[in-house]
Design a protein around this ligand. Structure first.
Ligand code: ADP
Ligand code: MG
Length: 235
């Protein structure tokens, strides 16, 4: 699939409800959630643990199909896409960053950043160059050949940021990416991600429990018991 057309609203989540069926029990996680994400906007997603933040990010990232509702990405209705097209869209347009870095331990930093590019069909030399450039911007030029076990927590998360940006996505979904870091490393990781998404005009939803970081973002979405309190006054 070629790059999608430019659109003011990059992502629209319309009337999203989600129920998990767990051991004959129905867990209602999201209740009629409506969210619009503009191009280039960075939004904090906050709310207590267990309130559905990860579920919402997985749905926004087309990893989980919502029980009800529609996902519009760059004007395309994703609920109508085949699994193959969803996977392709995810690979080219969406980058994920998680609480733990989820890097492959047996690969070096540069190889971890190359992998998603090779999967999307980029040549090895192109992938290597792009990875090196990204890791350099992220201050890791001296860590290219290091495996994750030899990196600090903050460094590993910066490799994970590089990996998320490797295929030049238009949306980054970050699920408590600073949750395992001390305050200084958390701020540094946030700051570099913020600068990158702003300079590249990427949209970002950033789940966090850190109110100091949430205040630095364009807008705040508060999720409580599966519903959004999407009031501008929360900023
Ligand atoms: P948060 O990220 O805000 O902590 P989650 O989206 O992870 O919240 O979880 C919301 C609720 O859904 C929790 O009660 C959790 O136990 C439940 N849940 C999450 N994933 C699953 C799953 N795959 N199957 C069943 N229940 C789940
Ligand atoms: Mg979570």
């Amino acid at each position: 699939m070629s790059k999608l057309i430019d659109h003011q609203d990059l992502l629209i989540l319309k009337n999203i409800s989600h129920i998990y069926n767990q051991d004959l029990q129905k867990i209602k996680v999201l209740k009629n959630v409506n969210i619009r994400v503009s191009k280039g906007e960075i939004i904090s997603l906050i709310g207590p643990s267990g309130t559905g933040k990860s579920t919402l990010l997985n749905i926004a990232g087309l990893l989980e199909k919502p029980t009800l509702g529609t996902i519009i990405f760059s004007g395309h209705d994703c609920t109508k896409l085949s699994e193959d097209n969803k996977t392709r869209l995810r690979g080219s347009e969406i980058g994920f960053i998680f609480q733990s870095h989820r890097l492959f331990q047996e690969f070096s930093a540069i190889e971890n950043v190359m992998l998603p590019q090779l999967i999307m069909g980029r040549s090895k030399s192109e992938a290597s160059k792009k990875s090196k450039d990204l890791l350099t911007v992220l201050g890791l030029k001296h860590r290219l050949e290091f495996r994750p076990a030899k990196l600090s927590g903050g460094e590993a998360q910066r490799v994970a940021i590089a990996r998320a940006l490797a295929n030049s996505p238009s949306l980054i979904l970050a699920d408590e990416p600073t949750g395992n870091l001390d305050a200084i490393a958390a701020y540094n990781v946030f700051e570099i991600l913020y600068k990158l998404v702003k300079s590249l005009d990427i949209s970002c939803i950033f789940a966090t429990h850190n109110n100091d970081l949430a205040k630095l973002m364009d807008r705040k979405i508060v999720l409580k018991k599966g519903s959004v309190y999407n009031d501008k006054s929360y900023k």
